[in-house]
Design a protein around this ligand. Structure first.
Ligand SMILES: Nc1ncnc2c1ncn2[C@@H]1O[C@H](COP(=O)(O)OP(=O)(O)OP(=O)(O)O)[C@@H](O)[C@H]1O
Ligand SMILES: [Mg+2]
Length: 366
């Protein structure tokens, strides 16, 4: 197995990159850029992308100015920009040419997905052309103002718990749509579910996704057999071994880990911590091995407020090592489980009953 570490992801994308020509290199496209320094080999997969949606994929993005930085990931930077012509504010995710493959993957997946809880792509193309490795690709998507991501909730605050379940139900609905479209996300985690409030939730970050749509001639994956991509802390056991074995079940496993993290701040597997950062990188292989071999803990051991035995044992069944043994067979299954959670049964509370009734009303509406 070969791995390389980026900021928060383990990724290897160096193999199997075919060279394709850009659409405007093969014809007299009116969009042909006049910049003669365009590298010859820039067209990795961009041709497929362009043929998927010529309206969204343009050689050059429309003129804009950058307002500020809104995010930084292992492979990208995300900026807030304002487009010059219509003054629309958008989030612009930029990658260097070295990351062209995840870029193409992400935009291709987003073009196939239209769902209120999946971020909407509006433009993609070359952002800046310079010396080959610095060439910068970017896509633009709707901007979620004041976006935050799922964090550990205070279980003594019913509002926070209610919001957590609402957010996860929406994120799981997004995941179901992803799966229905033949796509495995492969990087489901708390940081890839952003929201401004519990009614405005978006699943993001499809750079590692695996698209299996032979019906439209689109089958992509960024890794080859024996390689591993994803964020180790959230990976399902089969993903830690070989990412090509990743299935919809692996995504659901990662979603269960995200729920577990939000309720406890802890990782289901003992001695893996979400908090260690530098130490965690040193021990990535150990983390992967623990996920493969160690049993997850009963969630009630980690937070005294959680008292529902059935809830706790269902989570453990959602984290079974073997995909076929997992209790949630689909994202809808997991969503139904989330919708059925009763706060008064889940938690030991001293709060008035109206909170609990309110919770029932809220979760039954989503
Ligand atoms: N449309 C958006 N609106 C607002 N903020 C966004 C948007 N897209 C991304 N962000 C912010 O930028 C961060 C990084 O984005 P993203 O996860 O797509 O990048 P990445 O390089 O793949 O990240 P990582 O390697 O950490 O998973 C997000 O966690 C989020 O905080
Ligand atoms: Mg991310």
């Amino acid at each position: 197995m070969q791995i390389s570490l980026t900021n928060s992801k383990v990724v290897n994308i160096t193999n199997g990159i075919e060279k394709l020509s850009l659409p405007w290199q093969s014809d007299d496209s009116p969009n042909k850029p006049d910049d003669s320094s365009l590298p010859d080999d820039i067209g990795v997969g961009l041709q497929e992308l362009a043929s998927l949606n010529r309206r969204i994929f343009q050689p050059r993005l429309l003129p804009s100015h950058t307002v500020g930085t809104i995010g930084k990931g292992g492979m990208s930077k995300v900026f807030l920009i304002t487009r010059d012509d219509d003054k629309v504010q958008l989030a612009q995710k930029e990658v260097t040419f070295d990351n062209a493959r995840p870029f193409v993957n992400e935009v291709s997946a987003l073009l196939l997905l239209k769902h209120e809880n999946i971020i909407d792509v509006v433009e993609a193309g070359i952002n800046r052309i310079c010396k080959c490795s610095e060439t910068n690709l970017a896509f633009r998507m709707e901007y979620i103002k004041d976006a935050t991501h799922i964090k550990k909730v205070n279980l003594e605050n019913p509002d926070e718990v209610i919001d957590l379940f609402k957010i996860l139900i929406k994120a799981t609905s997004a995941l179901s749509e992803v799966h229905k479209n033949g796509i495995v996300h492969k990087d489901v985690k708390s940081k890839n579910i952003i929201f401004s409030d519990a009614d405005n939730v978006k699943l993001i970050d499809f750079g590692l996704s695996k698209i299996n749509r032979p019906d439209i001639g689109l089958v992509t994956t960024i890794e080859n057999e024996g390689y591993m991509v994803g964020t180790p802390l959230y990976m399902a056991p089969e993903q830690t071994d070989d990412s090509t074995k990743c299935t919809y079940s692996s995504d659901i496993y990662s979603m269960v880990t995200t729920l577990y993290e939000a309720l406890t701040g802890e990782h289901p597997i003992p001695e893996i911590s979400f908090k260690e950062t530098s130490a965690y990188y040193k021990s990535t292989l150990e983390v992967l091995s623990r996920i493969r071999h160690e049993s997850p803990r009963d969630i009630r051991e980690l937070n005294k407020h959680i008292v529902d035995k059935e809830f706790a044992s269902t989570l453990l069944k959602g984290l079974a090592k073997e995909p076929k043994e997992r209790i949630f067979k689909s994202a809808e299954d997991f969503s139904e489980f989330l919708k059925g959670v009763k706060l008064e049964k889940l938690l030991r509370f001293k709060k008035p009953l109206f909170f609990l009734n309110w919770f029932r009303r809220q979760t039954s509406n989503v």
